[in-house]
Design a protein around this ligand. Structure first.
Ligand code: DHB
Length: 374
């Protein structure tokens, strides 16, 4: 995304990717785009397919056992979200970069970022056994939680904040119609479940599972049976099941590193922060980082104004922490925790009821869900 946005402003970049193109485009990720993300897709000139195929959603359903209510994001904020898979976003961006002759190098190994705290940083990497060298003005570390970028920042400079949750999400993609026109976020005695979708023939479902589970432990039949037990009976009765075409387990974690900039190295997305998936803020929070970095770089190259780059970490973190809070809140509201007391359960129920009854609480949720302003 950053590479494509910069290209539009005449600023050159090289993208280094550890995996192959096919690998990246075979991964299933979340599929909810905030209003700001949709704007970035348009600005990058890659919104044609999203505008045609993306599903505009004005609200979502929240259930607690058999009780349920809808939150209308549009009524509370004037905005909606778009359901369009992250994998499709990546495909559109790859296609646009390639059509414009952009440079994306796949299957790189041994990436090292050199002299990030000096005026002349460079990056080395291996491809087909030969070392390559890229001199650059700036390095955007968009290489995920396990990438080299964050590790490049010395430990004395870095502060890390983390919370690990005692469960995972088991996700299934199936060629079946979605159970409901809106997403359903479900809390039940047996744990959390989420009913989502990609289009009218492709559904995405998740259930909270044990961290010791492996996807092979879950037959398709066992998954569907468990999902039905966690959503209100009215929806369970309508659920169309079918063979899974993808099944995977993701652990849940909240993580932030500070600062997000060291010299000429800027951390973006999962390289700097992780959210639990509840609320689909991962991709969207990466996108807000890109917004701040993109504008900082454009201001610098177009008018020599370095303030946006200087303040990148501060601006990005201010928004990141709010997305962290929202994902943590939604995770706490909807999951069953192994050490939860009877009191804790009453607190979850009271929070659910307050949200159902209180327009102010719904507005807070809606503002966060459609995305806080950049
Ligand atoms: C999806 C994932 C999420 O984490 C979420 O909160 C909503 C939807 C998805 O994959 O569709």
């Amino acid at each position: 995304m950053l590479s494509q946005l910069l290209y539009k402003k005449g600023i050159e970049s090289v993208v280094l990717e550890r995996k192959t193109r096919d690998y990246v485009l075979g991964r299933i990720r979340a599929g909810i785009l905030e209003v700001g993300f949709v704007g970035l897709m348009r600005e990058a000139g890659v919104s044609e397919r999203m505008d045609k195929e993306g599903l505009v959603h004005d609200g979502a359903v929240i259930s607690f056992g058999e009780e349920q209510f809808g939150i209308n994001f549009k009524a509370h904020t004037g905005s909606n979200i778009v359901v369009y898979g992250q994998t499709e976003v990546t495909r559109d961006l790859y296609d646009a970069r390639e059509a414009a002759g952009g440079k994306i190098v796949f299957s790189v190994e041994n990436v090292v970022i050199h002299d990030a705290d000096c005026d002349a940083p460079f990056v080395t990497y291996d491809i087909d056994g030969a070392e390559q060298h890229v001199t650059c003005d700036y390095v955007a570390g968009c290489d995920g939680f396990h990438g080299v970028s964050r590790q490049t920042i010395p430990l004395e400079v870095r502060q890390e904040f983390e919370k690990v949750y005692p469960f995972g999400w088991l996700g299934v993609l199936s060629q079946t119609p979605p159970v409901h026109k809106e997403l359903i976020y479900a809390s039940s005695e047996r744990g959390f479940a989420l009913c989502s979708m990609r289009n009218d023939k492709l559904s995405r479902y998740y259930i909270q599972c044990s961290l010791s589970d492996s996807p092979d432990d879950w037959t398709d039949a066992a998954f569907w049976k468990e999902l039905k037990r966690r959503i209100p009976a009215e929806h369970a009765a309508k659920l169309v099941t079918g063979p899974s075409i993808e099944k995977s387990i993701a652990p849940l974690r909240s993580f932030v590193t500070e600062p997000m900039r060291w010299g000429r190295l800027f951390l973006c997305g999962d390289a700097a922060h992780i959210v639990p998936p509840t609320g689909a803020k991962g991709l969207n929070t990466a996108a807000s980082d890109i917004h701040y970095l993109y504008h900082g770089l454009v201001d610098y190259y177009q008018s020599g104004d370095g303030e946006g780059l200087e303040r990148y970490s501060e601006k990005a973190l201010a928004r990141v922490w709010k997305a962290e809070r929202f994902s943590w809140w939604m995770t706490n509201l909807l999951h069953r925790f192994p050490d939860q007391s009877r009191f804790d359960l009453k607190m979850q129920k009271a929070e659910f009821e307050f949200l159902r009854e209180n327009a102010g609480a719904q507005m807070v949720m809606a503002q966060n869900y459609v995305g806080l302003p950049y």
